[in-house]
Ligand binder design. Structure first.
Ligand code: PAF
Length: 331
C-alpha cells in the first residue's frame, strides 16, 4: 500500500517506521528529522530494533501520486493545515490524533475519513531516531457510520447503534453507500496495519472509543506535563487520584452527551494505558519540555466546554497548563 504519514513527530515516526517494513511510506515532517531520515534512514528502537528507509519530505507540494492512505498524526491544532495538504493526494485518511474534532476538520477537505485511536508510546530521541516506549494498539473504523457489515478481525463488542446516539454533533452525515465504503476502507487499513506488525483492530463504535481515549488523555497528559513525570508515576498516590478524577469527569461529560461510557470503563482504560506506557513521557510532557504549544484545548478544554455543570479537576488542569503556555515564548 502507498501510505503518507502526515506529522512525523514521535508517534508519526514510530507508526510510519513500522508501516515502512511492509509498505511504501512517505513521512512528512520537519527538518532536521526529515533530512536525517533521507540521508541515513529511520532507526526505530526501544521495544523494536530496526532501520527503515522511507521517503521523507517537509511538504507534499512535489508529491505527484495519489496515495492509498494518509495517516494523520499532527497536533490537533494543525489538523486544518493537514487536511489542505492531503486534499486530492490520498484516497482514505486515518486520524491517529489526540483530542476531539479532528475527523470533522479532515472531512472538510477529504471524502473518506476514518477515526482512529492509538495507545503506542513513542519518543523522538534525536533526528532520525524514534523509540517505542510502549506497545499499545491502534483501533480504527468508520467515523460517520454505524452498521453490521464487517469481516475479518472486526471487533463487534461495541453495539453499532451506539454510534447513532447522542454525541451525533461529533460525527459526519453519511449515506448507506458511503457507510459501506467506509467499512471496507477500514478493513483494508486494518489489514495493512496488521501486515506491518502493528496491533490493530477494526471497530464500529469509534465515536464511543474516541471519548474513552479522551478520558485517558485527560487523565494522563496534563498531570504528567505539570508534574514532569513519566506515565508510570501515575500508577499510585496523588497523581493517580488526580488522573482518575479527570477520567471520571470525562466519562460523565460523555454520558451527558449520550455516549455510553461508564466511569469504571474510563478508569480501566486509563490504568491500562498507564501500565503499557509506564516508561513513556506523554506527548504533552514532551511538548512542555520542548516549550511547544500543547493540545490542552483539544483534550481538557474540549471536556470542560461540553460539561453540564463543573468538572473541577479538568478545569484546574486546563487552567494550569494554559497558564504555563501563557508564560512561555512557545516555539
Ligand atoms: O498523548 C500521549 O502521550 C498518548 O496518547 C498516550 C497514549 C497517553 C501515551 O503517552
Amino acid at each position: 500500500m502507498e501510505i503518507v504519514v502526515f506529522g512525523a513527530g514521535s508517534l508519526g515516526s514510530l507508526i510510519g517506521g513500522l508501516l515502512a517494513r511492509e509498505h511504501d511510506v512517505t513521512l512528512v515532517g520537519r527538518d532536521p528529522h526529515v533530512s536525517v531520515v533521507r540521508r541515513s534512514g529511520l532507526d526505530v528502537g526501544g521495544a523494536f530494533e530496526f532501520t527503515v528507509r522511507p521517503d521523507a519530505r517537509t511538504d507534499l507540494s512535489a508529491f505527484s501520486s495519489t496515495a492509498d492512505l494518509g495517516v494523520v498524526t499532527v497536533k490537533a491544532f494543525d489538523t486544518e493545515a493537514a487536511a489542505r495538504a492531503l486534499s486530492g493526494r490520498v484516497e482514505t485518511v486515518l486520524s491517529l490524533q489526540n483530542g476531539m474534532g479532528n475527523e470533522q476538520i479532515l472531512g472538510t477537505e477529504l471524502d473518506r475519513v476514518l477515526a482512529g485511536t492509538c495507545t503506542y508510546g513513542a519518543v523522538l530521541r534525536e533526528p532520525g531516531v524514534v523509540n517505542c516506549t510502549g506497545r499499545g494498539e491502534v483501533v480504527c473504523g468508520p467515523f460517520g457510520a454505524a452498521g453490521s457489515e464487517t469481516s475479518g478481525e472486526t471487533d463487534r463488542s461495541g453495539p453499532a447503534d451506539r454510534a447513532d446516539r447522542a454525541g451525533s454533533d461529533d460525527r459526519g452525515d453519511h449515506g448507506d453507500h458511503d457507510a459501506c465504503e467506509d467499512r471496507r476502507a477500514a478493513e483494508r487499513v486494518g489489514n495493512a496495519l496488521r501486515s506491518a506488525g502493528i496491533e490493530a483492530t477494526v471497530a464500529e463504535d469509534m465515536a464511543d472509543r474516541l471519548w474513552e481515549k479522551l478520558a485517558v488523555n485527560a487523565g494522563i497528559n496534563p498531570v504528567t506535563a505539570l508534574a514532569r513525570v513519566p506515565n508510570g508515576a501515575l500508577r499510585s498516590g496523588n497523581a493517580h487520584e488526580l488522573a482518575v478524577r479527570a477520567a471520571r469527569e470525562t466519562a460523565r461529560v460523555a454520558r451527558e452527551g449520550g455516549v455510553d461510557l461508564a466511569d469504571g470503563k474510563a478508569v480501566a482504560a486509563l490504568e491500562g494505558v498507564i501500565e503499557t506506557t509506564a516508561a513513556n513521557e506523554s506527548s504533552m510532557l514532551q511538548d512542555v519540555r520542548a516549550v511547544r504549544r500543547t493540545e490542552i484545548d483539544a483534550i481538557s478544554g474540549h471536556v470542560a466546554d461540553r460539561a453540564i455543570g463543573s468538572v473541577p479537576v479538568t478545569e484546574t488542569l486546563r487552567d494550569l497548563v494554559r497558564a504555563w503556555e501563557r508564560g512561555q515564548s512557545l516555539r
